[in-house]
Design a protein around this ligand. Sequence first.
Ligand code: GDP
Ligand code: MG
Length: 449
Amino acid sequence: MVLEKLSDSLKNTLQKIASSVFVDEKLINELVKDIQRALLQADVNVSLVFDLTKGIKDRIKNEETPGGLTKKEHLINIVYDELVSFLGKEGHKIEVTQKPFKIMLVGLFGSGKTTTTGKLARFFTKRGNKVALVGLDVHRPAAMDQLEQVANNAKVPYFIDKKEKDPIKIWRKSKDEYDNFDVLLIDTAGRDALSSELIEEIENVTDEIKPDEKLLVISADIGQTAQTQAEQFHKSCAITGVVATKMDGTAKAGGALSACAVTGAPIKFIGVGERIDDLETFNPPGFVSRLLGMGDLEALLEKAKGAISEEEAEDMGKKFLKGDFNLIDLYEQMEAMKKMGPLNKLVEMVPGFSQFKLPKEALNVQQGKLEKWKFIMQSMTKDELERPDEVISTGRIDRIASGSGIGAKEVRELIKQYRQSKKMVKMMKGSGDVNKMMQKFSGQVPKGM
Ligand code: GDP
Ligand code: MG
């Protein structure tokens, strides 16, 4: 996952709290030191770190523990709350409010604008919007070829001009076509730094296009220096949001995220890899609960929306939370997850799963098994599918095995998988709930899951 090291340190810290006997000054000081160390290692600016931990300490000192919470739970709640505020408090979704909705991407060379254009094309297409790309990067040689490739990969139309050197002229050339689309994604040229020349170009293009969103694409691997960049762009180009790319493969992303948050330019998306699906909406509460190992059901549902219908997604979420599901549900969930992308990425987002450190092989096996499961399930009676625990006996396993032409071992494996998932689903119930988290931390969870 992104920020794995920070996440591990923070989880360790919370675990320390959970397993301590008293909440006393010593524990609190240790907690604060741990958090400081973890954030500094993630390249968060020193004064931001001190502000944050001072806030945490003050709250611990001044707040009464609310009824119904233990002191430890209250402590964890404060850490969670403060980290969420630290990263911008709430998510800022982009609503497509008019047609065509124009989203322009700006940023320095190599920050990931063109790549993100393709990812956003996929993002909005999945949500049912008709999308086209417009390439206005007239500076970088081969920029137009890259955009062409990106558009083809995203399977959306594109408007470019490989010879024209004036971005305004390129934009005007295809103006009649734009009304055919719900979302236009406009890629622009970068520079090595935010020069007056770049500001002027962005201003001119803005005047002409009047974008509904102007997103600054910023590479998270620059860490806390993102602050100056975000501030400058915020001031001179009136950006409406930030996309922080390359969140994967950098330990400095904490610095970049917190730096953007202080400039007041909301982070709307994060890029988490080079592939077209490696884009996530950014939502501080979900992000922090994932960091702390509390899972992120909302991100999962968000992702599910693209691949399956909203109803299906909601159903799936409800079943996860309800904690009772049968074999058919298990199958449907696995199938839905397959549609959504690599299981191991998704599993991080399911509340509770991230705690269990599932072996990678186990997840791959699950994906490969779907076909066989389908055959096995086709050989089951309705009753067996709906109430497997009650009705499937050894004798029935043999019957199902011969009926499906798949070995009894596999049938048993499916049942085992079902039982494990059911158990997990039960534990996920009420995720984000501090109570449950404390239980998990204090080790009241079956090992090996
Ligand atoms: P531009 O100059 O701003 O248009 O940047 P590009 O879109 O051409 O991206 C520059 C490089 O960054 C390319 O090699 C991309 O594959 C890479 N890149 C972009 N976004 C991400 C991301 O989220 N993760 C990783 N690992 N690489 C990325
Ligand atoms: Mg580019």
